[in-house]
Design a protein around this ligand. Structure first.
Ligand SMILES: [Zn+2]
Length: 265
């Protein structure tokens, strides 16, 4: 393939200790300590770069009792990216941990699924369990971006550039999208919350925050089919990502790992 491969980075900006039973519908018989890590991602080659999700800020971390490690924009800066200059942001969905900080990207166009905006502004937001992971001010802020001509809507699958495409998965939210990227190790898929942990998709155990369980289950198959190999599907919140991949250099240890690489088994 003659497409210039993309480099892909996961940037960890927050974490929280939790019980593993919180990660699976029906709980976990091997109840144990488990962490949830929070990431944004950077995808770039010589011609283009895309930021995938924008994370939350320190105030949101405090409100929701997460351990905030650093602003996601600081992680991007480590990779030489100035948020204020970024022109393309892909939002996998609009939950607070994926869309917060969107205001720090004043020059960006935001790529979003039609169904995500309609879910986040529609009837299901009257219902606590669906609304809980959204922040109404952020949703309203994105509506303002729509009116400012800053949102590019997609309905299903869309190619944004050669070797980079979006894929509507649904499940976790009705409009969740995953990102497929051509890299030096083949097709890599950023699953975001189509699978929070490796175990969700590998053991067919759905995460409990879910709008449509059947779409979530079908989504795991989609993710695997989109990647060159199942090991190149990167889950959205799993601390194992920081163990299976390596930092680009010692200064980024614990913050950034490079995903277009062979993961440790
Ligand atoms: Zn999330």
């Amino acid at each position: 393939m003659s497409i210039e491969p993309y480099e892909v980075y996961a940037i960890r900006y927050a974490t929280i200790a939790r019980r593993s039973s919180e990660n699976f519908i029906g709980g976990d018989p091997h109840e144990s300590g488990a962490r949830m890590d929070y990431f944004v991602w950077l995808v770039r080659n010589g011609a283009r770069s895309f930021v995938v999700d924008t994370g939350f800020n320190e105030q949101a971390a405090h409100r929701r009792k997460r351990d905030f490690l650093r602003p996601p924009t600081e992680g991007l800066a480590m990779l030489g990216v100035d948020a204020a200059q970024v022109s393309e942001v892909i939002l996998t969905h609009m939950h607070y941990d994926h869309v917060g900080n969107f205001d720090l990207f004043p020059n960006a166009r935001f790529h979003l699924q039609d169904r995500e905006m309609s879910f986040a502004t529609g009837r299901y937001m009257c219902c606590g369990p669906f609304a809980h992971a959204y922040e109404v001010d952020e949703v309203v802020g994105m509506v303002r971006r729509v009116y400012a001509g800053r949102v590019e809507f997609h309905d299903g699958d869309a190619e944004l550039a050669p070797g980079l495409s979006l894929h509507h998965i649904g499940g976790h939210t009705l409009g969740l999208q995953a990102v497929r990227v051509w890299t030096r190790v083949g097709w890599l898929v950023l699953a975001s919350d189509a699978s929070h942990y490796y175990a969700n998709m590998e053991e067919a155990r759905p995460f409990p925050i879910v709008a449509d369980v059947t779409a979530m289950v079908d989504g795991w198959r989609r993710l695997k089919a989109l990647a060159s190999a199942p090991r190149h599907v990167v889950p959205g919140h799993d601390p194992l990502v920081m163990q299976r991949y390596r930092a680009p250099d010692a200064s980024m240890e614990g913050t950034v790992v490079r995903l277009d690489a062979e993961p440790a088994p």
